[in-house]
Structure formats: structure tokens, C-alpha cells
Design a protein around this ligand. Structure first.
Ligand code: ZN
Ligand code: ZN
Length: 344
């Protein structure tokens, strides 16, 4: 969470939000009953009791806000919030509902980190919105280990290491490519940005998808790194795709060993494995020291057992070399250099 917002205690939150809104429901003007979290508190590492995440509401309007029938943007506008408090991994340019589900320009939604939580399911079911969800899911933000030198201010740092330290984990090399997700069905694949824009650097990955999509189970998705184009690091010899994770129809990332079996079946090379064992921060330091940061961006450590989407920020973390240029889209606009791709 950015430093410019003040985290409040629960009662203080209610007092300050009510005072700002003159003790009236922002939507209808009736007396305020609740201080609503504009973005659900569970999306935050710190419960999100920020004045810039609060809105005074009456009972009736509160229910509509929870049902996402009143949007996050509407509440912020009514409250006069120009710079909202956001959880790590959600950016000011993202359009999301209260539960952190992404809202696409055509109105369909993508399951966010809390989609499968009971509260979210119940309330969105009541609102009749569960049908408006696409099966496409944005690859979640990977949080940095506290010792990761490459962290930028937008990327969160893993706050609680208890889901990693002391547990059996694997560390894989982090590839400097473009996130590439594949589903069952012709053309059912996309880059991280989900824009579906056609770019020649994506045609090899699309072609690969065409060959395997029929083997992906319904409702599953396969997350990979598309290594076709050079971003900041040149790879003289790399497979086209590095396998990252496989998600089932419940939005759970399969255990590591099962993931490897599926990659084998789908003819995908997993991201290079660097280490496996019981994770400690000393191991993380040793792994970091063992990298050749001229040629390797960093590593990703994950639990070997399953990772539900909502646990992604706790059971997986990355270490990124210092000064690494975070390429999102801009690499496409300049002259693109191709990596040395080896085809099996
Ligand atoms: Zn609420
Ligand atoms: Zn109201």
C-alpha cells in the first residue's frame, strides 16, 4: 500500500468516512448507516481501512453497493475521491468491481481473487451477475520477496511469508517474456493485457495453441511465458513457451508435480527448475546469489501443493534482478528482436 494514505482503525474509519460525507448516504442522502469499503477489505493486505476506500451508505444502498449495482467509480465520484487507495496488484487504470473482478469494456467480467469466496458468490448470485463472467482470467500479480532488488512501487511485496517459509517449495527461473494464457477452444488464448491485439510476435504462440487446445480440459487454463520476442534479456536458445502453471475449473493452480505431468502431455517445457526443498529466506539469498543476472531476470518460488487463486499472493513470490525494465507493452512499439527459439 502506498505511503500517502493513512491506515485507520475500524472505528476511526467509520467516524472519518461519516464526517467527510456529512453523515449522509452518498447515493440517496438518507442518514448514513454503514461505512462501506469501496474495494473489499480482503483485497488488501492490511484490511484497507483508508478514508480513500470508504463510502457512507444507508442500508438499502449498501446492499446495492455490495451487489456491485453501484460501481466503484460512482462511489468514488460521490465521495470526491480523486486518488483512491488501492490494494497491491490493482492499478488505477484497472476497472474492477467491489470484489476485485475485472470489468471489460463489453461488460463481461473476469474472475478476480475473491470470486470463489462465499460472500462474493452469494451477493453476485443475488444480483444475477454470475452469468456475466467470462472464463478468461487475468494472470495475477506476483509479489516480490522482501529481498527482491527489482521491485517497483506498483508491485506489492509479500507481507506474510508464513505460507512459504518452512514449506516444501520449488524455485524456477523467471523468464523475461510476455505472459500467455491458453484455454480450450480455437483462438481462446490471450496475452496478459487481455487486449487480444494481433501482433506478429504472438503468431507462433497462437499457432502452438491451435495444436493443443483440444487437450486442455474445459474450464482450465494454461499459463505460460511467451519467449518469442526479446524484451530486456536476449535468450540465444529457448523454447517458445515456458510453462508456469495450470489452473483447473475451480481457479486452483494444480500442485507442481501434477502441473509437470500436464506440461509433458501438452508438449510444453516448464520454466527451468532451479531448486526444490523446504524454503527459508537463506535459501532465497543463495538462489539470488547463484543467478547470472546478465542472462537471468530472477526466480519465482511457489509451494509444491495447490495454490487457490486467492492464495496466489501468499504461496508464490518472485525475486527480480535490480534495474530490470518492467516491460508491459512498450517493447512492441519499438523494433522487436526475436530470441533464439528452439523447436522440439
Ligand atoms: Zn459494504
Ligand atoms: Zn442510500
Amino acid at each position: 500500500m502506498s505511503q500517502s494514505f493513512k491506515l485507520l482503525a475500524r472505528e476511526e474509519f467509520k467516524d472519518k468516512v461519516f464526517a467527510r460525507d456529512n453523515y449522509k448516504c452518498l447515493v440517496c442522502g438518507e442518514p448514513a448507516v454503514d461505512a462501506h469499503h469501496i474495494l473489499e477489505r480482503d483485497l488488501f493486505d492490511d484490511d484497507g481501512f483508508y478514508l480513500e476506500n470508504g463510502a457512507s451508505v444507508c442500508n438499502a444502498c449498501h446492499i446495492r453497493a455490495e451487489m456491485t449495482l453501484i460501481t466503484v467509480e460512482e462511489l468514488r465520484a460521490l465521495a470526491g475521491i480523486k486518488v483512491p487507495a488501492l490494494p497491491a496488484g490493482i492499478y488505477s487504470t484497472d476497472v474492477v468491481d467491489k470484489w476485485g473482478n475485472y470489468i471489460l469494456p463489453n461488460g463481461t467480467r473476469m474472475r478476480g481473487p475473491l470470486f470463489y469466496d462465499d460472500g462474493c458468490q452469494k451477493i453476485l448470485g443475488k444480483a444475477g451477475l454470475l452469468d456475466s463472467f467470462s472464463e478468461r482470467v487475468k494472470y495475477p500479480q506476483t509479489k516480490h520477496l522482501p529481498i527482491s532488488p527489482g521491485r517497483s512501487k506498483d508491485d506489492g511485496i509479500i507481507a506474510d511469508l508464513s505460507q512459504l517459509v518452512g514449506h516444501e517449495c520449488v524455485a524456477s527461473e523467471k523468464g523475461d517474456g510476455e505472459n500467455w494464457t491458453m484455454y480450450r477452444g480455437p483462438g481462446n488464448c490471450h496475452a496478459r493485457s487481455l487486449d487480444g491485439r494481433d501482433h506478429w510476435t504472438r503468431s507462433s504462440a497462437k499457432q502452438f495453441h491451435a495444436g493443443i487446445e483440444g487437450d486442455i480440459p474445459e474450464g482450465w487454463r494454461v499459463s505460460t511465458e511467451n519467449m518469442f520476442a526479446m524484451h530486456s534479456i536476449y535468450y540465444p536458445q529457448t523454447p517458445l513457451l515456458w510453462g508456469l502453471s495450470i489452473w483447473n475449473e475451480r481457479n486452483v493452480s494444480l500442485p507442481y508435480d501434477e502441473t509437470l505431468e500436464w506440461f509433458n502431455l501438452l508438449n510444453i517445457t516448464p520454466a527451468p527448475l532451479l531448486w526444490r526443498g523446504v524454503f527459508t529466506m537463506k535459501i532465497a539469498e543463495e538462489l539470488a546469489a547463484s543467478l547470472d543476472v546478465e542472462k537471468q531476470e530472477g526466480f519465482v518460488v511457489r509451494r509444491v501443493d495447490e495454490i487457490p487463486y486467492s492464495m496466489f499472493g501468499k504461496r508464490l513470490a518472485k525475486w527480480v534482478r535490480s534495474g530490470h525494465v518492467q516491460t508491459d507493452d512498450h517493447w512492441m512499439h519499438g523494433e522487436v528482436k526475436k530470441n533464439g527459439i528452439i523447436y522440439p
